[in-house]
Each structure stands twice: as C-alpha cells, then as structure tokens.
Design a protein around this ligand. Structure first.
Ligand code: NAP
Length: 309
C-alpha cells in the first residue's frame, strides 16, 4: 500500500473534481486527486467558455482549468496526473489502484466525466486521426483552407463548426433531423456565419478515403433513404458523450447508459463514495453545474466523515 488512509480521494479533474478538491482542501481534509493522464477533462477540448459567471469577456477552457487547479492546489489539494485503473469499494477503507499501487481512503469522490461518442459509420475506424476527429480545438488547425464537416445538432456541433471557420474554407453541419438541441444563440451564430452551411435530414452512412486520408462521406436522408456524396478532408463528430465509469467495474449503481446514480444527496449506492459532474449528469452537463455538484459532493463527504468519527 502506498501510504496511510486518506480522508478523501478525488478521481477526475474537470470542474467537478477541482471544485471538490478546493472545498475539501479548505475543510482541511488533505484531499488526494488522481487527475488522469490528460487532466482537466472536457474543457481542455473547448475553445471559448462564455457562460461561466465571472468571466465577462469569456475564457479559454484550458485556461480556466489551469486556474481551477491552481486555486485548489493553493489550499493543499495534492494532484497526481495519473489514471485510476480499478477500485474496490466492497469494504472500508475504500481502495483505488493507480499504476499498480494501492491507495486507501475513507471517502471517494468520483468526477471522471464523460467522453466523446463516435458515429461508428463504415470506414470510420481507419480514418480516426487521419481526418476524422472528435475535437476541433485539438485538430482544427490541420484543415487550413480545406472543406470540413461537423456531425451533430447540439451546442458542441455549433461550437466546433464556428471554431473551425478560423481555419477551414467551408464548414458543413450535418444533422439527422431539422430540430436542433443547440441553444438558440449558438445555433444562430453558426447559421449566420458565411462559411457555414447547415444540412438537416442527413446522416453519415460511410466515409470515403484515399491513400492521403479522408475524401468525403456518403450521406443518407433518413426520410426516404436518398443518398448523396459530400467532399471533405476533415470531419468532426459532435454527437454527445458517454460517462467514463469502466474502471469502476460495476461497483456503484448506474443507469442503463452507465451514468452513476445518486442515492442520498451526492452519495452513490456505496457508503462514503460520492459522485459529481458529467459522470452523473444526463440533463445539464455544464461547467457551472459540474462545479456546483463538486462543491456539494465535497460538503457531503465532509459531513459524512464527521458522522463516522
Ligand atoms: P447533445 O446536446 O446531446 O447533442 C448531441 C447531438 O448529436 C444531437 O443533435 C443528436 O441528434 C446528435 N446525435 C446523437 N447521436 C447521433 C447519431 N448516432 N448520429 C447522428 N447524430 C446523433 O450533445 P452536445 O452538443 O455534446 O452537448 C452536451 C451538453 O454540453 C449540452 O448540455 C450542451 O448545452 C453543453 N455544451 C455547452 C457548450 C457551451 O455552452 N459552450 C458547448 C458544448 C456543449 P438528435 O437531436 O436528433 O438526438
């Protein structure tokens, strides 16, 4: 075993994790965080955050995550940029394993968020990283003066498409129906952009490619099955996310899609194990709601720990 039993181990490092870290550090619980090899969560892949209160001119996602981390570390949050491989919540103290090493804690706060879903269309696997991406912020600059498509009808699709206009000569948004989940402001910004074309009632059936990478996609109209080909050298999939819970191996109750269920306030089905942020949230999924829930989980963990002694 690595060291003595900690009060709190926090798994994951998005807004939920860092806020849980900030609150539990300020409660003098000396929290230990496993932030993951790619710390910061989904906001590391986001360009501008304009809806987090306190930033009147917006803030870059990665910049905000660096600031959240610094703020929590200032109060003593200990952060390791490593992944948790497995856990054992069957007896107390709770155990987590990181690079084969065992760590123990009386309470655990799970904040591992969610990850992008791929379309799974024919030819996709071979073109991942060779033209097909789930992150415009990461890969957009590779498509300077090229034509790209974005798949999806939510805020992510609008944001990715708008961001891609910085590089691409043309951005086509492909969406399977004509109703958009995106917020009005983000939809209208995309729709008004001269480089963006929105194509409703289109689904990607398969991808086309040559030896240089992606060349286009075969689209299908879900209403009548009609097909057409679109040319593009880049494609960005923005069709939502799935919760990151594989390492829990079913030890806390989840819904059918794998989102963790709260049993009492932010406590999961396991006593002393709490969860916050996108890993539980199928409804709001905002940086601000994740941060708020991270605060709740830290307070719940603190009170639960007090009750144990
Ligand atoms: P989302 O709102 O769930 O939208 C997913 C989109 O992908 C929907 O249009 C959906 O179509 C489509 N889709 C799902 N599966 C598909 C498939 N197999 N084939 C084709 N299309 C498919 O996801 P999101 O855009 O990632 O947003 C998630 C949350 O993050 C939201 O709460 C959003 O407000 C928030 N967010 C906020 C910002 C921001 O404010 N800066 C930026 C990004 C995201 P249907 O509508 O037909 O189901």
């Amino acid at each position: 075993m690595a060291e003595g039993v900690r009060n709190v181990i926090i798994i994951g490092s998005g807004p939920a994790g860092y806020t849980a870290g900030l609150y539990s550090a300020r409660a003098l619980l000396e929290p230990l965080m496993f932030a993951g090899y790619m710390s910061g969560g989904q906001l590391m892949l986001t360009s501008d955050v304009e809806n987090f209160p306190g930033y009147p001119t917006g803030v870059g996602g990665p910049e905000m995550m660096v600031q959240m981390r610094e703020q929590a570390e200032r109060f003593g949050l200990e952060v390791h940029d490593k992944n948790v491989e497995r856990v054992d919540f069957s007896s107390r103290p709770h155990k987590v394993w990181v690079e084969g090493e065992e760590f123990q804690a009386d309470s655990v706060i799970i904040c591992t968020g969610a990850e992008a879903i791929w379309l799974g269309a024919e030819g996709e696997e071979a073109q991942k990283g060779r033209g097909i991406s789930t992150c415009a912020t990461c890969d957009g600059a590779f498509f300077r003066d090229e034509e790209v498509i974005v798949v999806g009808g939510g805020d992510s699709a609008m944001e990715e498409a708008t961001f891609l206009t910085r590089f691409a000569s043309k951005v086509t948004i492909i969406h399977r129906r004509d109703v958009f989940r995106a917020s009005k402001v983000m939809y209208e910004r995309a729709e008004a952009h001269p480089k963006i074309e929105i194509r409703p009632f289109r689904q990607v059936k398969s991808w086309t490619s040559d030896e240089n990478g992606l060349t286009g996609a075969i689209l299908e109209d879900p209403r009548d099955g009609g097909k057409e080909e679109i040319s593009c050298t880049g494609a960005f999939i923005a069709i939502g996310h799935k919760p990151i819970t594989q390492y829990l191996e079913g030890q806390v109750e989840t819904d059918d899609e794998g989102y963790i269920l709260h049993k009492a306030d932010t406590m999961t089905s396991v006593e002393g194990v709490f969860a916050a942020g996108d890993v539980v949230d199928t409804r709001y999924r905002q940086a601000i709601t994740a941060a708020g829930m991270g605060c709740q989980a830290a307070i719940d963990a603190e009170r639960w720990l007090e009750d144990q002694h």
